[in-house]
Structure formats: C-alpha cells, structure tokens
Design a protein around this ligand. Structure first.
Ligand SMILES: Nc1ncnc2c1ncn2[C@@H]1O[C@H](COP(=O)(O)OP(=O)(O)OP(=O)(O)O)[C@@H](O)[C@H]1O
Ligand SMILES: [Mg+2]
Ligand SMILES: [Zn+2]
Length: 246
C-alpha cells in the first residue's frame, strides 16, 4: 500500500482544508468549525482545530486515493518502477497517442499506468477528464447494458469514452471479436481518431495482426492516431516468481 502514498500525497499537497472563513466577531470566542472546541488566540478566522484539520486532510487523501484506484488498478499505482525514458514524451501534452503491444507480462499496462500517474503529477490530467479502461471489462459492461435498461445505455457508455479527452484502453483484443465488439471498437476508435483525442492502447496483438485478423478499419485508425511501440524483454511476472523462489 505504501507504493501509492507518494503520488497521492503529491496530488493532494495543494489541497488544504477549506473551512468557512467568516471573520472573527470580537465578542465571540473562536471555535473549531467542526467540533466547536476553542481555538488558539492567534487564529484570525474561523477554522478547524489541529485535530479536525488533520482529520479533514486524511479524508481528502482517502477520497483522492479512491478516485485514483477507481481508474487505475491499485497494483499498478507505484513509484518504485521508473517510467522508461522513451515514454517520457507522452507525459506533456503530445500530439500522438501510443499503441503498446507485445507479449504477456512485458510491462504494457504498467507503462500506461506510469504515464498516467506522471501526467497527473504534471497537472496534465485531473478529475473527470481522463479514464483507464480495462477493455474486456468495458465490453462486458456494454453487453450488460442491453439487459439492464435502468443504467447507462451502450450508446451513452460508448459516447462517454469516445469524448473523454484522455483515455487508456488496456488489453484491446483480449475479448472475443464478435460483430458487436468490432462495431463498438470501431465507433470508439474512429471517434477518438477524428477528434484527435489522446489515447494510449495496450494489446497483445501487433497492428498487423489486428489488420489481418480483427478489423482493418480499426488498425488503420490506430496507425493514424498513435505511435506504435513493441514492448520486449520477456515476461516480468515469470521473472518475479523465479526471483521469489531463489
Ligand atoms: N520496469 C519494470 N520493472 C519491474 N517490474 C515491472 C516493470 N514493468 C512491469 N513490471 C511488473 O511486471 C508485471 C507485469 O506487467 P504488466 O501487467 O504491465 O504486463 P503486460 O504487458 O500488461 O501483460 P499482459 O499482456 O498480460 O496484460 C506487473 O506486476 C508489473 O508491475
Ligand atoms: Mg496488461
Ligand atoms: Zn475541531
């Protein structure tokens, strides 16, 4: 858990308690806005006592962590793995997206997560203007939306992620390429390409494979919007489990 502490602390370091700053009434004793304990004489405005201030900071921190974890799976939120130098150019605002492909365990998802974390630290993305989508899970949500008419419709879901300014699509191609999957993926990628919305995609498939076996229209649009980079270097999961056994 300590891995996620640092980026979150950096993100929230600018957030301080925001007490009601009504000015001091000379007659009235100044009290903590939350627990009403008397405040020290040197306070000019109503605010929180030290204890409530700390408590509020902790709450803000927990909320930031939840929103970060809602997007990026917690195991990828870490500051002990450096982002490779060749990927640093994707942190500042950059014209082209990134299509990261390669064998399983080579660090594609981790790299995409590190780019997003650095982009948060750099202030490039925040709040609701970015998302991390595990694509097979997203497809399941789309399919479920046809059965559950009470939630967001498939059209709404697709439009939401087509419009979001910064999107990570993790594990494209891992789902069964049915006609529905092909059409949905085409819509999402085509919209993002047309409106030049920054997109990072990870996949086990090369663009050539996508072109020949899944959908040439999707492959062509990805080539138009993103730099294609192959991750090599073997399976890091296997490497880790070998090290553990030693
Ligand atoms: N540079 C690195 N140094 C140390 N560990 C790393 C590095 N990059 C990734 N890892 C770790 O290796 C494991 C596999 O990485 P990751 O899940 O990103 O692979 P992947 O290419 O996305 O695999 P898949 O194709 O199966 O989705 C993860 O636990 C990740 O934290
Ligand atoms: Mg992955
Ligand atoms: Zn208090």
């Amino acid at each position: 858990m300590s891995n996620i502490k640092k980026p979150i602390n950096e993100i929230i370091s600018n957030l301080s308690p925001t007490p009601d700053q009504s000015s001091r009434d000379s007659q009235e004793k100044l009290r903590c806005d939350r627990c009403r304990v008397d405040l020290p004489e040197d306070r000019k405005f109503n605010s929180y006592c030290d204890k409530c201030g700390d408590e509020r900071r902790r709450q803000i921190e927990a909320r930031s962590r939840i929103s970060l974890e809602r997007e990026i799976p917690p195991k990828f939120i870490r500051d002990d793995i450096p982002l490779e130098r060749r990927f640093k150019e994707y942190v500042p605002r950059c014209q082209r997206g990134l299509y990261l492909h390669g064998k399983t365990g080579t660090g594609k998802t981790q790299t995409a997560a590190l780019i997003a974390l650095e982009s948060i630290k750099a202030g490039r993305i925040k709040g609701e203007n970015w998302a991390f989508l595990n694509y097979p899970k997203f497809i399941m949500r789309l399919q479920a939306s046809f059965k559950d008419k009470t939630g967001e419709s498939a059209d709404d879901l697709l439009s939401r992620y087509a419009d979001i300014p910064y999107l990570i699509i993790d594990d494209l191609g891992a789902e069964k390429p049915t006609e529905f999957v092909r059409q949905s993926t085409y819509f999402l990628i085509n919209e993002r390409e047309m409106y030049e919305r920054f997109t990072i995609i990870t996949s086990n498939f090369s663009l050539k494979y996508l072109d020949e076996n899944i959908d040439p229209r999707i492959a062509s649009r990805i080539a138009g919007m993103a730099d294609i980079v192959e991750m090599g270097g073997g399976d890091k999961r296997l490497l880790k489990s070998t090290q553990k056994r030693d």
